[in-house]
Design a protein around this ligand. Structure first.
Ligand code: KMH
Ligand code: ZN
Length: 277
């Protein structure tokens, strides 16, 4: 089995800092969280940005500042969100994909469909998906295909058929968003079974599903995403103290189950990233 890539989704675009003060929001807070997560075993961080008032933003200048700070501390793979926050326009969401030079990220997310998302709608109609696939490819970034429901895999295959995505594909199976696919073992097995041969995948279980689905990923040969974007609890009723705490638990679990962790450079090789350190 390949080594395990742990991705830490540090902050997300939906949780308010007022509601959860440990959420990393400033470039410095995000960089410290990324470094701690990397030390705990994460090979990749998935990053959203916040503005001066801690509100979700896709501003390229803020992402540039974040990436500068992260790279000063750690060589972890930087994956930027193009999901942003529910309700943002597609052009707004593409902000971090415009970055070049020393602040260019290595990966960007590409959500392969529309889903209800809590009380809102995360809108990704076909034309938007096609634009995002083109823009991510033109920027020289590897897409991580975000799957919130079963049909999203088929949508990704349509993009492959149109020549807009090039295999091998990397998927992140986000399970348990209210409005998306339920976070059950059977659903995970179904999603994994529907991926094209040669794909890599991680699973991001929402809330209390984070730990059991990460465990399944370790067993099945997939990869695991943990972190505050998906789950702010360590156990029932007990908030997590840091992203690193959640990463450390996933790392311990992998060790118990005999699965070695990938370093950032090993993860780059597994994902076929063009930019090796
Ligand atoms: N904030 C969600 C609506 C991504 O990062 O690409 C979507 C999201 C996905 O977070
Ligand atoms: Zn995200």
């Amino acid at each position: 089995m390949e080594k395990l890539i742990i991705t830490c989704a540090l902050n997300g675009g939906e949780i308010a800092k007022e509601d959860f003060p440990p959420l990393p929001c400033t470039p410095e807070e995000i960089a410290v969280a990324a470094e701690e997560a990397a030390r705990a075993g994460a090979a990749m961080v998935h990053i959203h940005a916040r503005d001066e008032r801690n509100q979700p933003t896709q501003r390229a200048d803020i992402f540039a500042e974040i990436i500068r700070h992260v790279r000063a501390r750690t060589d972890v793979i930087i994956q930027v969100s193009t999901g942003g926050s529910v309700g943002m326009t597609p052009e707004e969401r593409l902000g971090p994909v415009t970055l070049t030079g020393p602040v260019k990220p290595e990966m960007a997310t590409l959500t392969a469909g529309t889903t209800n998302f809590g009380d809102g709608v995360f809108s990704n109609p076909p034309a938007v998906m096609e634009t995002f696939a083109k823009r991510i490819a033109e920027a020289g970034l590897k897409p991580e295909i975000e799957v919130f429901d079963a049909g999203f895999v088929d949508n990704a295959l349509r993009l492959v058929a149109k020549g807009l995505l090039k295999p091998p594909l990397h998927f992140d199976l986000v399970m348990g968003v209210p409005g998306g696919i339920g976070a059950t073992p059977v659903n995970l097995l179904h999603l994994v079974g529907s991926l094209p041969a040669g794909s890599t995948w991680s699973v991001a279980g929402i809330a209390r599903a984070q730990l059991p689905l990460a465990t399944m990923a370790v067993i099945l040969g997939g990869h695991a995403r943990v972190g505050f974007e998906d789950n702010i609890y360590y156990s029932r009723g007990v908030k997590a103290e840091s992203n690193a705490q959640l990463v450390a638990r996933a790392a311990r679990l992998a060790a118990e189950l005999g699965r070695e962790l990938a370093t950032p450079d090993e993860a780059r090789r597994l994902l076929g990233l063009p930019y090796h350190n």
